[in-house]
Design a protein around this ligand. Structure first.
Ligand code: SF4
Ligand code: SF4
Ligand code: SF4
Ligand code: FES
Length: 583
């Protein structure tokens, strides 16, 4: 510990932390823009400057380490004037079009401009004219870019994708793709992490909420929503609830108030995924491979597979993601049950994920009906953030809503389905079912704690009937790539591997509420495990409505009809990339 003085008061803080971290520990909020708790600090925006006794110039709190006896001022006139000056410089290179901006109330620049009562001191400069709507997942309007480099850093440090780098100089600097190609023509995996970390509205999810709003207002179709496991532990943050709050009941009530006819639970489809993927795993064990087998529920991972690791295509489970399984079942089984034409149904997915917007545009995700028509399974995907926007737009008082229940028959789920939302969850859910089916015995303990946690790569050895089963889990694409490179070069070997593109899995998805809380992933993960613990059913194969779906419609896991509706295939897209770059 070291002794420091902040604004003339003495504190003891751990050594080796930054002034910013020390200030946060004692409850002070130093303003920041380029800083993000998940990223290496770079000291670019100089909005966090503080006065340090003995230093000639003001120092950025985010990059300056504390030392014993350090005397810091965070609120002197010199500091405040400098913060205002720096914010004013940023404003001069920003359109200040807050009324129409996608960042909405989440804009970190707007908040600081209000707090520090900043007025423009400089004439506006030329703004970038880069507008990129090539991707179904994210859009880029670089006229709003404040050059904080968070998008560049998250895409390289956490995702290992290096899609952007800063180009040009001075006020013209922007984060751009190689050769200025539209982002969708790069190796971008559509994870949306750049949109999640952008402090302003320069990168944002493709705004599908407006299309959904029109649908709700037109009301000429049967509207069905499904909500993913990770949305219920994060949506509350958009309405001021503590991170990690579970708001399943309010969330369902909000969807109903928006005007949807039915609300189904993607957790049901997560249970269904386990039945299909688990059966595939057992099938591969009996057939002798191919191993390793990889999970397939993350479309960000599927993009990475097809764009950079096509050698693993045959190793990835053919099971569709829970989102796509749910929509396929809605437009076949459920449509028949309620006696309507599938084309009179519109399915909207509420997801933590921007890659899911991309997934629904894949041609092989269409479903073929008995009469030969090919239709989209999911019609629209909106993120957790877009869902919150819709709720606010329709003047629904989220906090005042009662708890309501999902509709049946696709609303029942188990704890195993719930944990799909967190890294390690798909693996744990699959192991619960595979173990009991293979051994024909009840698991002595349901929690596979060895596969839990937030370390980028985790591995475990599971004993199933005397056979040692080597498993691995990776999340955050930089860690995923490290694992895959090691596997490719024979440095690591596993039987079963779970991959999630985002840090923490879907709880940290690119469409989740933006947060500067360094504990955010842990809090959301805890909430997910609480849902599992509180569930009366905790194994996917115990879900009575999944059992009924097989009995009434799908026959059995991995049947011909299950294959037709619930499985997919992957293609090598490295060639397409080469074509795009040379055109
Ligand atoms: S969506 Fe993901 S991969 Fe694509 S540019 Fe953004 S952070 Fe990088
Ligand atoms: S696009 Fe957003 S995250 Fe990227 S540098 Fe600009 S303001 Fe920062
Ligand atoms: S980890 Fe989840 S949120 Fe992130 S890309 Fe994959 S499915 Fe989407
Ligand atoms: S937040 Fe410290 S320099 Fe930007």
């Amino acid at each position: 510990m070291v002794k420091i003085f902040i604004n003339n008061k003495e504190y003891e803080v751990p050594e080796n932390i930054t002034v910013l971290e020390a200030a946060q520990k004692i409850g002070l909020q130093i303003p920041t823009l380029c800083h993000h708790p998940e990223l290496e600090p770079i000291g670019a925006c100089r909005v966090c400057v503080v006065e340090i006794e003995g230093a000639r110039t003001l120092q950025p709190a985010c990059t300056t380490k504390v030392y014993d006896g350090m005397k810091i001022k965070t609120n002197s006139d010199r500091v405040v004037n400098s913060i205002k000056f720096n914010l004013s410089l940023i404003m001069a290179n920003h359109p200040n079009d807050c009324m129409y901006c996608e960042a909405d109330q989440r804009c970190e620049l707007k908040k600081l401009v209000h707090i520090y009562d900043v007025r423009p001191l400089f004439p506006p400069t030329d703004l970038s004219d880069v507008f990129d709507d090539s991707s179904p997942s994210i859009q880029r309007d670089l006229s709003r870019c404040i050059k904080c480099q968070r998008c560049v850093r998250v895409c390289s440090e956490i995702q290992g994708m290096n899609i952007y780098s800063m180009i040009e100089r001075g006020y013209k600097t922007i984060p751009q793709t190689a050769f200025d190609v539209p982002v969708y023509e790069t190796d971008c995996i559509s994870c949306g992490q750049c949109a999640n970390l952008c402090p302003v509205g320069a990168i944002y999810e493709t705004p599908d909420w407006k299309k959904v709003l029109r649908l709700i207002e037109r009301k000429d179709k049967i509207l069905i929503a499904q909500t993913a496991p990770a949305v219920r532990v994060a949506i509350g943050e958009e309405f001021g609830m503590e991170p990690g709050s579970i708001s399943t009941g309010k969330m369902v009530a909000a969807v109903k108030r928006l005007g949807f006819d039915y609300v189904f639970d993607t957790n049901f489809a997560a249970d269904l995924t386990i039945m299909e993927e688990g059966t595939e795993l057992i099938h591969r064990l009996k057939e002798g491979g191919p191993f390793p087998m990889f999970t397939s529920c993350c479309p960000g991972w599927i993009n990475l597979l097809e764009k950079q690791y096509p050698e693993f295509i045959n190793n990835v489970s053919s099971a569709k993601s829970p989102q796509q399984m749910m929509s396929s079942v809605i437009k076949t089984y459920f449509a028949k049950k309620i006696g309507v034409d599938p084309e009179d149904i519109v399915v909207v997915s509420i997801m933590p994920c921007t890659a899911k917007k991309d997934e629904i545009t894949r041609p092989q995700q269409k479903i073929k009906l008995e009469d030969g028509r090919e239709i989209k399974a999911t019609d629209y995907v909106i993120t957790t953030r877009e869902f919150a926007k819709l709720i606010k737009f329709k003047e629904i008082n989220f906090m005042g809503l009662p708890d309501e229940e999902y509709d049946n028959p696709l609303g029942t789920s188990t704890g195993a389905g719930a944990i799909f939302g967190v890294t390690g969850g798909v693996m744990e859910a699959a192991l619960r079912t595979a173990y009991e089916i293979l051994t024909e015995e009840k698991l002595p303990k349901l929690e596979f704690t060895a596969v839990r946690g937030l370390e980028g790569i985790r591995e475990a050895e599971i004993d199933i009937k005397g056979k040692k089963f080597k498993v691995a889990i990776a999340h955050g694409t930089a860690s995923v790539k490290r694992l895959l490179d090691d596997m490719k070069d024979g440095r690591r070997y596993y039987d079963f591997v779970e991959i999630m593109a985002c840090l923490g899995g879907c709880i940290g998805g690119g469409g989740q509420p933006k947060s500067l809380d360094p504990e955010i992933l842990q809090k959301r993960a805890n909430a997910i495990y609480t849902i599992d613990e509180r569930s009366t059913l905790r194994r996917s194969h115990e879900n009575p409505d999944v059992q009924k779906l097989y009995a009434e419609f799908l026959e059995k896991p991995y049947s011909h009809i299950a294959h037709k509706l619930l499985h997919t295939y992957y293609t090598d897209r490295t060639k397409n990339k080469d074509k795009a770059m040379s055109s």
